[in-house]
Design a protein around this ligand. Structure first.
Ligand code: WT7
Length: 643
């Protein structure tokens, strides 16, 4: 089944923005003269001063990546102002609440006015170009307004997912020294409330850089407001005008920071700049989803992740699209919610994660078939490898074998999609992200960095830059070079493994580093370990990913307790709750195994390869354990494996 090929339907190719011939022409044009190609594509955003220098990239030495470097623009103008004359009364955002009876529509004109009011208020509070603003909001329209208001005044937004704990919020605010926090009283998810302001208050006990907090009233739940520091959104914007001078930004001025997990240490502040990112967001949104004027486009991600940044806000709005923003979850009030929303708002393009598909698949076809999906035209997948079984269910049941699926591979670091089918140009293979977009130059290298040709499997790297890629790690350019450009010299290392088949199609095999992907969310094993060892009962911890039917990967923790501490079920539950509180619900371990000892080399390095195999219950081929300091621990761990 995995080798099925689903050809492009002629009726789709005929109407698509890009058919096979056009794709070939684009790839050839980019290869021949990248500067000329991107000089053409850059016109998709509004420039105050058009750039004359297109690309200046060096992956060696200190690593320097610049696109459109003498151009001047403001991202909010491309997303709002320039649409006012032609589509001011078109709906920009359809908001669908957690409660199926609540929704709202915001036109481009209204969105522009709301952004300007907030931007004016921010300026009045002293926010200037280059200042960092943290956004900790639920999936409400204010999240998009806050992002664009930051862009308007030239402030760098750093969104922290509403599911993160006070500690996680605090460390992110501290790392980039944000001066303003924008949050809400509470969020809603699946009928429950999330105490955002309460979490923020706790976080802010350790965030001296924050001078002001703007609080959106969402649920009306009771919160404490600190005199002088905290301001209600409505009150602070009430007297502000509906126009606001956009800050002229150099193309390479930062647009946002987004923290993401790596193999080691604390989450890194991935920094994206203005011009290249916006061109890439627009280019990929329009072409990958074959977006057509007037269509309703829905990406189910949260704005707290990069998918929400690029494919709920910046890409769609830059393209003048109608983007749907969903506050809820796929399973509430029932597991037909996605399809009910598709029917209600006549969604044409639907973009979600494999984990959601797998969870819904369990409930069979009835909840899907109950709702009219005839408006759907394109389906998308993102965040983790999609197994062929889930792919085919998505294709047959959700899309009635009518809608092409775009399995889009990319990362927080890449800013936007790099490898994906184009619906009118590339035949699909269930489970393969297929081919690179024009301008993307992937390669597969072995562990020594040799480029492998033809059908091959190894490490996925990029040989050259594309406009939307990250420029640095906020405040730590050395770590940027170290993390992404030192494993394989002169190449961007993705951290993913991949296989390329005889047709040149890419099959992502998953992370090859110590990052795990839980339900499409990236988690560093080191982060979970450091949360565990912060508990007074824990002496040592090792965390690995394990296969999980719904989530793709689950979190498996091996814990060594301090001497004299009893290993009880109560303690096991307590540790799971502890991690949940320290990082957030997405980091909750799925299994905790007591480990009197961990397999280590004689130099003290934990052999994770062995721990991964035990967690996956693949204890047959454990490989060479002779270099272990104490080979006996392995059998002990196998005998007491969880699950
Ligand atoms: C990691 C990046 C892309 C935005 C959301 C996640 C995995 C992502 C796919 C895909 C196989 C995928 C990779 C990547 N991943 N999309 N279509 N097929 N794997 O962004 O949190 O930065 O995670 O997600 O392992 O490295 P992220």
């Amino acid at each position: 089944m995995a080798d099925d090929i689903i050809a492009v339907k002629p009726e789709i190719a005929a109407k698509a923005r890009i058919d096979a011939a056009r794709r070939e022409a684009m790839v050839a044009a980019e290869a021949k003269d990248a500067a000329a190609f991107w000089r053409g594509e850059m016109k998709r955003v509004a420039w105050m001063k058009e750039p004359t220098k297109i690309k200046s990239v060096d992956f060696d030495g200190d690593v320097s990546i610049k696109w459109f470097e003498d151009g001047v623009l403001n991202a909010s103008v491309s997303c709002l102002d320039r649409h006012l004359a032609t589509r001011g009364d078109q709906v920009a955002i359809i908001w669908e609440g957690d409660d199926p009876n609540s929704d709202a529509k915001v036109t481009y004109r209204e969105l522009h006015a709301r952004v300007c009011k907030l931007a004016n208020a921010m300026r009045r509070l002293g926010v200037k170009k280059g200042d960092r603003v943290c956004i900790y909001l639920p999936m409400i329209v204010e999240a998009a307004v806050a992002m664009l208001a930051c862009a308007r005044v030239g402030a760098i937004h750093s969104i922290v997912f509403g599911g993160f704990s006070p500690d996680s919020l605090s460390s992110r605010i501290q790392d980039s020294e944000c001066t303003l926090l924008i949050t809400a009283d509470e969020g809603r998810r699946g009928g429950r409330r999330v105490p955002l302001k309460g979490n923020a208050d706790e976080a802010l006990l350790t965030c001296p850089s924050i001078r002001h907090v703007i609080v959106a009233k969402n649920t009306g739940g009771a919160v404490e407001m600190m005199e002088g520091r905290d301001h209600w959104w409505d009150a602070i914007t009430a007297g502000e005008g509906e126009t606001c001078e956009p800050e002229p930004m150099n193309a390479e001025d930062p647009l946002f920071i987004l923290y993401t997990s790596g193999s080691t240490g604390k989450p890194k502040g991935v920094l994206h700049t203005t011009g290249g990112y916006l061109v890439w967001a627009s280019f990929t949104h329009e072409n990958v989803f074959d977006y057509r004027d007037g269509e309703i486009y829905w990406c189910t991600a949260d704005v707290g992740w990069v998918t929400g940044h690029t494919y709920i806000v910046y890409g769609p709005l830059a393209n003048g699209a109608t983007t749907l923003m969903f506050e809820g979850v796929p399973s509430w009030p029932d597991n037909g919610r996605f399809w009910q929303v598709c029917a209600k708002h006549k969604v044409n393009i639907f973009y979600t994660a494999p984990t959601a598909i797998r969870a819904l698949m369990r409930d069979g076809e009835a909840p899907v078939k109950k709702h009219d999906r005839s408006t759907l035209r394109i389906l998308g997948s993102v965040g983790e490898p999609i197994n062929p079984e889930a792919w085919l269910w998505y294709y047959r049941v959700v899309g009635d074998e009518r809608c092409p699926i775009v399995d889009t591979w990319w990362q927080t670091e890449t800013g936007g999609i790099l490898i994906s089918p184009l619906p009118g140009a590339i035949a699909q293979k269930p489970g393969s992200a297929t081919l690179p977009l024009p301008g993307v130059k992937p390669a597969i290298v072995d562990n020594e960095g040799n480029i492998l040709e033809g059908a091959a499997e190894g490490n996925l790297v990029m040989l050259d830059a594309w406009p939307g890629m990250m420029r640095t790690i906020y405040g730590d350019h050395a770590r940027f070079g170290q993390t992404y450009f030192s494993t394989f010299k002169g190449m961007y290392f993705t951290g993913d493994g991949a296989r390329r088949d005889a047709d040149g199609y890419y099959w992502i095999t998953g992370r090859v580093d110590d990052v795990i992907n839980v339900a499409g969310h990236r988690m560093g094993t080191a982060e979970v370990e450091s949360a565990l060892v912060a508990h007074p009962a824990v002496a040592e911890a090792a965390v690995v990913g394990m296969p999980h039917e719904i989530k793709g990967q689950g979190i498996y923790a091996y814990v060594t307790l301090k001497a004299g501490i009893e290993a009880t079920e109560v303690l096991r539950k307590e540790l799971a709750a502890w991690v949940r509180k320290e990082i957030g619900p997405i980091a909750t371990p799925d299994a905790i195994q007591w480990a009197p000892g961990l397999p280590k080399t004689r130099s003290g390095k934990i052999m994770r390869r062995i721990l991964r195999k035990i967690a996956a219950n693949e204890t047959e081929g454990l490989g060479d354990t002779s270099t272990l300091a104490d080979p006996g621990v392995v059998q002990e761990l196998i005998d007491n494996r969880m699950g």
